[in-house]
Design a protein around this ligand. Structure first.
Ligand code: DX5
Ligand code: ZN
Length: 217
């Protein structure tokens, strides 16, 4: 399914209200929920882990899209699978063995994603494309929400050509808003993660802006 999907990142939501925030953006039209896991090592910030994902699962009716910005990865995969992740995405830069990591994700029954930092070329995933359901192209350096979009449209187009007719989503993460969304969609992306551009102006008690923001993207 190559229709455009919007995946709000709860990184930009109220951390004291994750469950209600997920339900609110879903009611306002979100297609997936994007969950940013940070470890204070692969990226500077620390967010939350598998226990929080497990607690969130009953509040997510759509797709729980877990983005792991952690290193090492493999020892934690089972926990995220048990927490109910539908998709688990690991960074090609997180090492040491992305091929094994992707095998592990699929063997746990989850869809597998591979993420690329802005400084990593499309070719870095050429030999794992048969093992993934999603390629995440970072359009910011990972670690924080609300950063400025970095133009990766050439990389997106190259990946779409490399993927060919394989059923693989191209997800864009970072700085997606109504201005940048058309650029990445035209280049071949079909899943758009957006944090600040979805959650700005709204709250769980006033969720209408979430819907307006999603439709604007
Ligand atoms: C960045 C995260 C993103 C981030 C996107 O490290 O992976 O998912 O929350 O936030 P915005 O949309 O505000 O750039
Ligand atoms: Zn993310």
């Amino acid at each position: 399914d190559r229709s455009i999907k919007i995946a709000p990142s709860i990184l930009a939501s109220d951390f004291a209200n994750f469950g209600a925030e997920c339900a609110a953006v879903e009611a306002q039209g979100a297609d997936w929920i994007h969950v940013d896991v940070m470890d204070g090592h692969f990226v500077p910030a620390i967010t939350f882990g598998a226990q929080t994902c497990k607690a969130l699962r009953p509040h997510i009716k759509t797709v729980m899209d877990v983005h792991l910005m952690i290193s090492p990865v493999d020892t934690y995969l089972e926990g995220f699978a048990e927490a109910g992740a539908d998709i688990i995405t690991a960074h090609v830069e997180a090492g040491p063995h992305i091929h094994r990591t992707l095998q592990n994700i699929r063997s746990l029954g989850c869809k597998a994603g591979v993420a690329l930092n802005p400084g990593t070329p499309a070719e870095a995933v050429a030999d794992v494309l048969d093992m993934v359901d999603l390629v995440c192209v970072m359009t910011v350096n990972p670690g924080f929400g609300g950063q400025k979009f970095i133009d990766m449209t050439a990389k997106i187009a190259k990946l779409r050509a490399m993927i060919g007719d394989r059923p693989i989503h191209i997800e864009i993460d970072g700085g997606v808003d109504p201005t940048t969304a058309p650029l990445v969609a035209a280049a071949g992306a079909d899943v758009l993660v957006a944090g600040s551009a979805v959650f700005r102006g709204g709250s769980v008690s006033n969720p209408t802006p979430y819907g307006e923001n999603i439709r604007a993207i």
